[in-house]
Design a protein around this ligand. Sequence first.
Ligand code: ADP
Ligand code: ASP
Ligand code: MG
Length: 448
Amino acid sequence: MKFGGTSVQDASAFARVAEIVRGESENSPVVVTSAMSKVTDALIDAFDAAKKGDFESAFASLKPHFERHTKVAEELTGGAQQKSFQIELDFADKELNELFIRVTRRSLPLQMLKDAIVSYGEQLASCLLAEVLKAKNLNARQIDARRLIITDEEYGAAAPILSETEKLVQLELEPLIEAGEIPVLGGFIAASRSGETTTLGRGGSDYSAALVGAALRGREIQIWTDVTGVLTCDPRICPEARTIKTLSYEQAAELAYFGAKVLHPKTIQPAVDFGIPVRVCNSHQPSMRGTMILPKADTTPRIVKSIAHKTGITILRITSARMLGAYGFMSAIFQIFERHRTVIDVVTTSEVSVSLTLDNTDAIDAIVKDLTRLGQVKIESQQAVICIVGEGLRGTSGIAAQIFSTISDVNISLISHGASSVNMTFVVKEDQVSEVIKRLHRKFFQVS
Ligand code: ADP
Ligand code: ASP
Ligand code: MG
């Protein structure tokens, strides 16, 4: 059972979580929590301030967040539990102080220090949640996720070493579960083989929950958030977006990858590996059914199930007459991205050109320099990818016509269709994305 930041934002949210966990207490739950809402952002801002040498404000900016934790402990715990959390908070206060000094002095690699600092959001939330559950007579125990999830040393976006993680999760958690205890772990945080703190990337608590659920061959992985399941599109664009009852793993993975923030893109894979259902539900309205993500989705009369989007996308177009009839050209292009550790999202090709989209452009200057040796390169920034997901989209006549006639006045700068049977992906200018999604949502989901 994974609870996101807004599910643990204040005392009443913590109290709701305790009741949701109690409801599953007969089913041997394991609880994974994110940091309290806004805490990860605050820790990152504090790290940035310390990096600029502003140690004082780095530290001062965290005070209100520490107070939010204290307030929850005061309202929902007492005696031994409150004391135990206070000790943890005082310890975090001291450790963070030391870490900020190290940042200003650059006494360790900055990325390593950043993960160590950011991890306090989940460390504190998991400790607090365990104490709240205990105070409510649930047999909870905080477990440091860094003892269970082992990763490489890619700070900020570390990749788990699956076999080791699986063994440790089983070794540590199974005896507790058998003894009727409820382990409570911080999501998002992990450790390298040498014991340094790492993190799994923003929004990574979902992934932590999936890794633990898969290692334990859980009956279900539950993602508790602030909306009722995966919706027909981002509710921040269309407030009328509706809950999708079931999705297949493949559909959910496409949506998550192309921007449906409700699920971290890596969440689905561990579930796929062992055929574990993923349920997405609303901690603010626990009785609502939410979305079930299963190996195969139910067939529904609607072909289009959901629309995801991702902004801040850059298109690179590489054109070269040398590509004509040449083999090895694609490979040469892709090797450049591999060398600069940059992920490509969408690719399209013609006889003499390749267009592709990037989300992360940290290494773009170096990439363009290398690509220029292969051909002419053009960059188009401020683009957005829109991904339409549905069962059998590739094999359904007329779908492309329906999509593009709805937005016939909008310039589409790239289209990818047919690679997967469940999605159609295209790129528009970022400032048009909201209008495009509204129109498509109206077209495919309006009840007339
Ligand atoms: P948590 O803190 O629980 O992990 P997130 O903020 O990471 O929550 O994800 C939930 C948010 O994802 C929702 O509040 C919603 O604004 C956003 N979202 C974007 N696309 C979708 C979608 N298709 N379905 C549901 N939520 C979506
Ligand atoms: N707290 C982390 C973040 O804000 C991880 C998560 O919420 O899943 O990115
Ligand atoms: Mg999230």
